[in-house]
Ligand binder design. Structure first.
Ligand code: ATP
Ligand code: MG
Length: 575
């Protein structure tokens, strides 16, 4: 591709909302244009990288026995109503009506649609296992689209769905996908971790689900991991043990203490001269399930955070939200001073890390006062509460087996594999015959990869202050050939090199523009192709030398034209 006639432009400035490196670099390097919030146009170089990612995914999915299909991006509302997700998806799903007033949506995911394909074609166990995949556009009306392709509203996903006659078949299919994903992310040149993920309320302990996380400081996800034991899980799901708690077991009566003006746990505990772990906080959430609403009070240690995902799963609600001031008032609760002793129209659940023999500071259900020496066993009737794991794991916790200490790192979720079980086949009432002639609901797995998110994740992991440093497997082109020459007679020599490199199978961007070295080098650094070949007229005419620069290491090698191809091949295979 010759830049003199190509379609490419770089930019010095980027909008202020481009907060992270990959977003800035993709805009500056002319890979994408924003067309609206969370919406992007992919330009030639950006699209090339996306296509390379798709090719690798396609090859590995096919190798793993999956068949490629392409489902309509617009799906009929009927299907979603049948499964019950038309309402459940909330405003994440973009709903539209056609001119006949029929409900449609722009697919945020395709479980319903694939089950519809399945029920029209498969009647017996003989066709199973079956794995279908597509690489297609999705639309999710995200609350906060941001970070460019990392969290778009319209994005490209590879989604695969598998069907199985029983759990052991599902386990086998899941393992095949797990390994295919490892191959894909290795081939993409990404540094990643596989972590246990949240399976939702549906997933029993038996249902496996893992996320493939690209490690990067800018990642939106937190991963709990333990070097000693190898445990790693998304913080949404991570279960750990609190250790070294400084607890109080001194028997003493419950007593009120004035804490006027001290609202935060930190302030109250500092004022009382107690460590925060000797306090409990009460939080109230509204649970929404179908048309029904109810409330729950959750008790956690003062220095712990409630894990919303765990609470959602525990309650099996469709949605949960913290109770508003008005709702607290209606429940006769005093904001900022709620205690586990409060009673009313709500259920109560206590985080299971809380020791029911210990004594704690709690609210008093009256403004400006707290209470000392609350003890679960003594002060709360057994029948009024239950225990559950609801806290967010944190650094310094121990793994459940007690064999290691956990830390937190950040990741970008680029893939997610999930055992769905019979959720959708039951939901859409799809049964087939097993080998005994009995009708059964087949089990499903689903397997997603964020194709466009991978471009952003790869750049997050591979860039420097000058620009992108592409992993060779997904670089838009292989070689950036720069011609620094004024004399007409050298033009044919560089054209020759351009041709020779392409004959060897390399894809080449040829900077044959009329511009200075500084300008061309800046653009080349920004675009970040793995190898740069610089034809400098003076060097060539005086020494017969051509320069090769490796983008990643900045290694510079001067070499005679006759050895150029061999050297490039050697460097390429070492990258
Ligand atoms: P997240 O937690 O990041 O919102 P998710 O768990 O909702 O993602 P899945 O339903 O598991 O996403 O979708 C499969 C894959 O699609 C994800 O692993 C991710 O790589 C990608 N993906 C999801 N949402 C987006 C988005 N808004 N923009 C780009 N890629 C996305
Ligand atoms: Mg996910």
């Amino acid at each position: 591709m010759r830049l003199s006639t190509g379609f490419w432009q770089t930019f010095k400035e980027v909008p202020a909302d481009a907060e992270i490196a990959s977003h800035r670099l993709m805009l500056r390097a002319g890979l994408i244009h924003k067309s609206g919030p969370g919406l992007f146009n992919y330009l030639p170089f950006g699209l090339k990288a996306i296509s390379k990612i798709e090719k690798i995914i396609r090859e590995e999915m096919e190798k793993a026995g999956s068949f490629e299909i392409l489902m309509s991006v617009v799906t009929p509302g009927e299907l979603w109503k049948e499964s019950g997700r038309w309402d459940l998806m909330g405003d994440l799903m973009l709903k539209i009506k056609d001119k006949g007033e029929r409900d449609l949506c722009i697919s945020p995911t395709n479980e319903e649609a694939v089950v519809d394909i399945f029920r029209k074609s498969v009647k017996s166990y003989k066709s199973l296992p079956l794995n279908l995949f597509q690489i297609n556009t999705k639309f999710r009306d995200e609350i906060r689209p941001r970070f460019g392709l990392m969290r778009g509203r319209e994005f490209t996903m590879k989604d695969a769905y598998s069907f199985h006659i029983d759990k052991s078949c599902l386990d086998k299919g899941y393992q095949i996908m797990y390994e295919a994903y490892e191959n894909i992310f290795n081939r993409l040149g990404l540094e990643f971790s596989v972590v246990e993920a949240d399976g939702g309320a549906m997933a029993s302990g038996e249902a496996k689900t893992h996320e493939f996380q690209v490690l990067a400081k800018s990642g939106e996800d937190e991963i709990i991991y333990c070097k000693e034991t190898g445990y790693s899980a998304n913080i949404e799901k991570a279960q750990t043990k609190r250790v070294n708690l400084n607890l109080n077991f001194d028997l003493a009566p419950l007593s009120k203490v004035e804490t006027k003006g001290k609202q935060s746990i930190q302030d109250v505990c500092q004022f009382l001269g107690l460590p925060e772990e000797q306090s409990l906080k009460a939080l109230v959430y509204k649970l929404i399930k179908g048309d029904e609403e109810s409330f729950i009070m959750v008790i956690v240690h003062g220095d712990d955070q409630l894990n919303d995902v765990k609470l959602l799963n525990y309650t099996s609600a469709d949605h949960i939200t913290p109770a508003t001031d008005k709702e607290l008032l209606d429940l006769n609760l005093v904001k900022g001073y709620m205690s586990p002793l409060a009673e009313g129209n709500f259920t109560k659940v206590i985080d299971e890390s809380i020791n029911s023999d210990a004594f704690f500071v709690i609210g008093s259900d009256v403004e400006d006062f707290h209470q000392l020496n609350f003890n679960i066993k003594r002060d709360l009737p057994d029948s009024t509460y239950s225990f559950a794991d609801l806290r967010t794991a944190k650094e310094g916790d121990q793994t459940l087996d007690g064999l290691g200490t956990v830390k937190i790192k950040r990741g970008i979720e680029v893939g997610h594999i999930f055992q769905l079980g019979d959720k959708y086949t039951k939901g859409l009432d799809v049964q087939i015959l097993d080998n005994q002639g009995k009708t059964v609901y087949p089990l499903m797995g689903c397997y997603g990869i964020g194709v466009t998110r991978i471009v952003a994740a790869a750049i997050e992991q591979n860039h420097d202050e000058r620009g992108i440093v592409w992993p060779k497997s997904i670089s838009p082109y292989d070689i950036h050939l720069v011609r620094l020459a004024k004399k007409k007679e050298t033009e044919a020599i560089v054209d020759d090199i351009y041709q020779e490199l392409r004959d060897e199978g390399f894809s080449v961007v040829y900077d044959d523009r009329k511009a200075g070295a500084g300008f061309k080098f800046k653009d080349a650094d920004l675009l970040g192709l793995p190898i740069r070949v610089v034809f400098g007229e003076r060097d060539y005419l005086q020494e017969g030398a051509i320069e090769i620069i490796v983008r990643k290491t900045n290694e510079k090698i001067k070499i005679p034209k006759s050895s150029l191809i061999a050297k490039i091949k050697e460097l390429w295979s070492s990258l």
